[in-house]
Design a protein around this ligand. Structure first.
Ligand code: GAP
Length: 457
C-alpha cells in the first residue's frame, strides 16, 4: 500500500525519522528553529556510515588521495579571493502586497503565502507587478572574532569546505610526497543563509559536505572529469540506491558557478522531483591561481620529469552528507502489503531496505522468551558479535513478530533469535529483513555467515 501522493510519502518518512530517532527538528521544545535539524541515535549512525563509506571509497582504499580537516573560520581574505564575498549571492524580490520574499530565479517553484490567493504561483504575483526590483543577497553567515564587534573583526562561517583544501595545497604537497594527479578530501560542516531552505534536510542553513579536490596535469583533466563523474554515480548504486532513480545532468552554460568551465550533477528522483545530490565540477586552476596572486605564495607545481612548472587543474566531486543520508532513507523506504491481519485488514509492514554498510544497526539479537536460559545465551552471542565490530541491538521484550517489525522499520538487515532448540543443538534462527526468510545456523558459524551475506549484498 504505497501512499498516494508524493507529499504524503515525504510526510511519512519525516514522521518515521522522528518516531524512531533518526532526525528531530532542532530546538523543538522551543518551537523549533527553521531549517535546522538534529540527528538522533539512529540518525547519527546513519550519517556516520555515509561518511565512512565515502571516506573509504575516496581516501582509505586509494594511494592518491589524502584527508584534511580545516577550520570553519578562515581569514576573510580567503572568501574575498575565492569570489564568495562578491559572487555568492542570490537575487531576492519582495512582494509589495504581502511582504513575502522570494528568490527571483526560483519563482516557478514558489507559491504566494497569502491565504487569500490560495497558493498561487509566485510568478503570477510577479506578472501582476507586485514585486520590487531584485537585490543581491549574500549567503554567507557573518560573525565577529574577538570581543569587538566592528568591521575589522568580521569573519565568515565557511560556505564550502573546498577553500580550506586550496589554501593548504602547498602544505599537503610538501608534507605528503604526493604529486599530481592527487586529491585532498575533506568532510565537515558548511553554512549558508539559504533564502528558501526546505524539503526536510535537503536544503538547510547548517549542513555537512564531503568534498574532494583532485589536482591534475592540465592535459589529463578531461579524462579525470569523466572518471569522477562515473565513479561518483556508481558510489550510490553500489550502496543500494536504485539506478533508475538516479541520473547525471550536465549543467548548461548559464548554470555554471563563477569558477567552473563545466559541471555534472548527480540527481535523485525525490518525491518532490529530480534534485541535485552532488556536483562534479571542473574548477580549472581558478582557485590556486587566485590564491597564489592574492597571497604571494606560489601554489604551482614543478614537474621534475618534464622540467616545467604549472598550476594544476582541479576536478571537484562535492557531495552533501545530509542529502546522501536523505537519499538512502527515501530510496530504502517501502510500505509492503504482506497478507491479511487477524481483523481481515491488509497487513502492511514498513521496511527500510538499507545496504548493510549504511544501516544504523547490522544485527539484532533476541531471546525468543525471557526465561529458560535464553536471555543469557542471547546476551553472550550479542556481546561476541559486538566485539567483532558489528553494530548490534538487543531486545527481549514483546512478541517476536513485533520485534522483527520494529527492526524492519529501522532497516536492520539481520535478526538472530535464540530459542529452545539453541539450548539443545547450538543453532539459532537467522532472519533476513528483505525476504523475511528464516534459516537455522550454528552459533559457531554465525559470524562467518553474516560476513558472507554482507559481502554478497
Ligand atoms: N565546493 C562546491 C560546492 O560547495 P555546491 O553544489 O554548492 O558546491 C555541494 O555544494 C553539495 O553540498 C551539494 O550538491 C549538496 O549535496 C550539498 N549542499 C549544498 N547546499 C546545501 C544545503 N543548503 N543544505 C544541504 N546540503 C547542501
Amino acid at each position: 500500500m504505497m501512499s498516494k501522493k508524493p507529499e504524503d510519502l515525504m510526510e511519512r518518512i519525516v514522521s518515521l525519522c522522528k518516531r524512531r530517532g533518526f532526525i528531530f527538528q532542532a530546538s523543538e521544545i522551543y518551537g523549533g528553529l527553521s531549517s535546522c535539524y538534529d540527528y538522533g541515535p539512529l540518525g547519527v549512525e546513519l550519517k556516520r556510515n555515509v561518511k565512512e563509506a565515502w571516506w573509504e571509497d575516496m581516501v582509505t582504499s586509494r594511494r592518491d588521495i589524502v584527508g584534511l580537516d580545516s577550520a570553519i573560520l578562515q581569514s576573510p581574505t580567503v572568501w574575498e579571493v575565492s569570489g564568495h564575498v562578491t559572487g555568492f549571492s542570490d537575487p531576492l524580490v519582495d512582494c509589495k502586497v504581502c511582504k513575502a520574499r522570494f528568490r527571483e530565479d526560483q519563482l516557478d517553484s514558489q507559491v504566494c503565502p497569502n491565504k487569500k490567493y490560495k497558493k498561487r504561483p509566485a510568478n503570477d504575483c510577479r506578472n501582476q507587478g507586485f514585486f520590487t526590483e531584485p537585490r543581491q543577497f549574500n549567503l554567507m553567515f557573518k560573525t565577529f572574532m574577538g570581543p569587538v564587534e566592528d568591521s575589522a573583526s568580521v569573519v565568515y562561517m565557511r560556505p564550502e569546505t573546498a577553500q580550506g583544501i586550496f589554501t593548504n595545497f602547498l602544505n599537503v604537497l610538501n608534507s605528503s610526497r604526493l604529486k599530481p594527479p592527487f586529491g585532498i578530501a575533506q568532510i565537515g560542516k558548511s553554512f549558508r543563509n539559504e533564502i528558501t531552505p526546505g524539503n526536510f534536510v535537503f536544503r538547510m542553513r547548517e549542513f555537512e559536505q564531503m568534498e574532494m579536490e583532485f589536482f591534475c596535469p592540465i592535459e589529463e583533466e578531461p579524462k579525470w572529469y569523466e572518471y569522477w563523474v562515473q565513479k561518483r554515480f556508481d558510489w550510490y548504486t553500489k550502496l543500494g540506491v536504485k539506478a533508475d532513480k538516479l541520473r547525471l545532468r550536465p549543467h548548461g552554460e548559464d548554470e555554471l558557478a563563477h569558477y567552473s568551465i563545466g559541471c555534472t550533477d548527480v540527481e535523485y528522483l525525490f518525491p518532490f522531483g529530480w534534485s541535485e545530490l552532488e556536483g562534479i565540477a571542473r574548477r580549472t586552476d581558478f582557485d590556486l591561481k587566485r590564491h597564489s596572486e592574492a597571497s604571494g605564495t606560489d601554489l604551482s607545481y614543478f614537474d621534475e620529469l618534464k622540467k616545467e612548472r604549472y598550476t594544476p587543474y582541479v576536478v571537484e566531486p562535492a557531495a552533501g552528507v545530509d542529502r546522501a543520508a536523505m537519499t538512502f532513507l527515501v530510496d530504502a523506504y517501502e510500505e509492503q502489503e504482506i497478507g491479511i491481519d487477524k481483523k481481515g485488514r491488509p497487513d502492511v509492514r514498513t521496511v527500510l531496505h538499507f545496504h548493510p554498510k549504511i544501516a544504523p544497526i547490522t544485527v539484532a539479537v533476541f531471546p525468543l522468551v525471557k526465561k529458560d536460559g535464553m536471555p543469557e545465551v542471547a546476551d553472550e552471542i550479542e556481546s561476541l558479535l559486538r566485539m567483532e565490530g558489528m553494530r548490534t541491538f538487543y531486545d527481549q521484550k514483546g512478541a517476536i513478530g513485533r520485534r522483527y517489525r520494529r527492526q524492519d522499520e529501522i532497516g536492520t538487515p539481520f535478526c538472530v533469535t535464540i530459542d529452545g532448540q539453541t539450548l539443545q543443538d547450538g543453532t539459532v534462527t537467522l532472519r533476513d529483513r528483505d525476504s523475511m526468510e528464516q534459516v537455522r545456523v550454528h552459533r559457531e558459524e554465525l559470524m562467518r555467515t553474516l560476513k558472507e551475506r554482507i559481502a554478497n549484498f
